[in-house]
Design a binder for this molecule. Sequence first.
Ligand SMILES: Cc1cc2nc3c(=O)[nH]c(=O)nc-3n(C[C@H](O)[C@H](O)[C@H](O)COP(=O)(O)O)c2cc1C
Length: 175
Amino acid sequence: MDSSEFREFLRSRASVREYFPDTVPEDRIRWLLDCASTAPSAGNLEAWDVVAVTDPEMREALSEAALSQPHIGEAPLVLVVCANYVRSMSRYGERGILYAMEDATIACTYLMLAAHAAGLSSCWTGAFDEEEVRKILDLPPHARPLSLLAVGRGRVAAGRTGRMPAEDHLHRDQW
Ligand SMILES: Cc1cc2nc3c(=O)[nH]c(=O)nc-3n(C[C@H](O)[C@H](O)[C@H](O)COP(=O)(O)O)c2cc1C
């Protein structure tokens, strides 16, 4: 893949919020995880974990916890990406909290792009009641859920969203 193909790959991804019910095969879930595990992480500690939710009742409960966003109940797979504080704080102390959140965010980005490469759609979903998600998934205290990544075969074509000019993000030498 050359650099313009890479940019086109990135540009052709968009969030999808309507899904066909077909299951994401187990070997595809493993493949997504395998891709995510190539992500960089602070100290190479990989301070992230994923709860792969496929059970329809669990997805419905997660959808409720995600402020009733229907795509969480509709997508056949919801990858709940969590920061794992223990793994990072054991080496980095308080700073490990930030590192774990960064590690998990990068892992979720890789999962989203890996899904796109596999011809699957996704939607990063950050609006949810954290305590509810903790209860539903029985998360330990050291795991903080950062994203519910809905994954599946999209029922609609991904619509491209606009962006501010990339230049507007850039500051040179000083802010
Ligand atoms: C941190 C974060 C939180 C998000 N939360 C939600 C959400 O709760 N519900 C939703 O439908 N989309 C959510 N999104 C998806 C964004 O709305 C979407 O990425 C953005 O509008 C750009 O569109 P695109 O992904 O199609 O390029 C979230 C994305 C990020 C990165």
